[in-house]
Design a protein around this ligand. Structure first.
Ligand code: SF4
Length: 403
């Protein structure tokens, strides 16, 4: 593999800038040192925040329907969106989609190098394409030229379900070595044309296979990696598989961008992606509710309160932590480490904590409205701080990398 040139160090987005590990070393995740590329204006790799992607499932040729779905994904916080471009109707519609989308748009291309050239010309920020599958060196060169002319990055997307025949013949079945060899062959096809604005994925539905392939690839190349467990399943099963596969790799410091693949509303993919990042303290967006499972000691209906708060606080994008704990067994302790906390007390009277300190009591009937108002006010304060160039960071939740 040709060694890509060094990337400029525009390290302003270095997530270690406010290093929480200084205070809580057990939370520190040293991240793999990858090359930084850009997808539209978004940096990927080289210490940039881990980005969350999703993919539309509307016909791309229907620009209106696709943009409606992209809007919903944007509202959920998606960083970039991928759309399939199987035909010229899709690449025609891509002009409108790119122009009206607020986030970078990635064009997903299989086999047809002309679609890739059209997508680059339409303004796609990235092409998801496997250059080894689009024909001879000349065709690869034409796609690279289009990508370069239009400022496109590329994602090589190796999938265990569609490995090249010569690798299946060589290895007998999809295995980590086969996935990595495929990825490096595709990367080499781009390197032949001095193209290095590349990120790579090696996805499998088997968590073990995928994780092993990503580890091997991480050691074998400097490119930023796009994480995912492919065909992971429905909302519940796919979330668990993705949290294990993507989460394990991120915990090892591997991965620069991710997509959670769910057979569900794509908006759920974005939500799950951010929940994985929040759980690993890698990135924060919106309210993270820390809640006990509840038991006979609970002073209020914890489960119902959490459901109501998650729904009513879904519009908050400011990183913030809220603890909802049913009784004093764990309530005060959790509240000390969150921005806002409520702890169940006796006789329908519950204690509210602000920035870790006891603040006031609230009764059952007014509790949810009270917490929602406190969160909204605190979010407005933090947004104003940020606009003034002030601290703009939440209290003890360790939010070192806001979204
Ligand atoms: S914090 Fe209290 S209510 Fe919640 S699970 Fe523990 S003992 Fe039960």
């Amino acid at each position: 593999m040709t060694r890509p040139p060094e990337t400029p160090d525009d390290g302003a987005l270095d997530p270690r800038a406010e290093d929480p590990g200084a205070m809580r070393p057990w939370r520190r995740i040293p991240r793999r040192d990858s090359r930084r590329i850009h997808v539209g204006g978004l940096p990927v790799g080289g210490g940039a925040p881990v980005t969350v992607q999703s993919m539309t499932n509307t016909p791309t040729s229907d620009a209106r329907a696709t943009l409606d779905q992209i809007r919903r994904l944007e509202e959920a916080g998606v960083d970039m969106v991928r759309v399939s471009c199987p035909d010229t109707e899709s690449t025609d519609a891509l002009h409108t989609i790119v122009r009206e989308a607020a986030v970078p748009v990635i064009a997903d291309i299989h086999f047809h190098h002309q679609r890739a050239i059209e997508a680059a010309a339409a303004g796609a920020a990235c092409l998801r394409i496997n250059p080894g599958n689009i024909g001879d060196r000349r065709r690869v060169g034409e796609v690279v030229r289009a990508a370069r002319d239009h400022g496109c990055a590329m994602r090589i997307g190796v999938n265990a379900g569609s490995l090249e025949k010569h690798l299946l013949d060589k290895y007998g079945e999809p295995c980590p070595d086969a996935l990595v060899e495929s990825a490096l062959e595709h990367a080499a096809a781009l390197e032949e044309h001095d193209f290095y604005e590349t990120k790579i994925s090696v996805k499998a539905s088997d968590v073990f296979l995928s994780a092993a392939a990503y580890r091997k690839l991480a050691a074998a190349c400097p490119y930023p990696l796009h994480l995912g467990i492919t065909e992971a399943g429905g909302l519940m099963s796919g979330t668990v598989a993705s949290a294990l596969g993507i989460g394990t790799l991120l915990w090892e410091g591997i991965g620069d961008t991710l997509r959670v693949s769910l057979s569900a509303d794509p908006v759920e993919e974005v939500r799950v992606g951010f929940e994985i990042l929040k759980a690993l303290d890698l990135r924060h967006k919106g309210v993270r509710v820390i809640a006990c499972p509840s038991c006979a000691r609970q002073g209020f209906d914890v489960v119902g309160t959490v459901a109501a708060l998650e729904e009513r606080l879904a519009h908050i994008t400011t990183p913030m932590t809220v603890s909802v704990i049913g009784c004093v067994v764990n309530g005060p302790g959790e509240a000390r480490a969150t921005d806002l906390g409520v702890t169940g007390g006796g006789a329908g009277q519950h204690m509210v904590y602000v920035a870790g300190s006891v603040d006031h009591k609230v009764d059952d009937g007014g509790m949810i409205d009270d917490i929602v108002a406190l969160v909204e006010n605190r979010a407005a304060e933090l947004a104003a701080d940020e606009a003034d160039g002030g601290p703009g960071t939440a209290h003890a939740g360790g939010s070192h990398q806001s979204a």
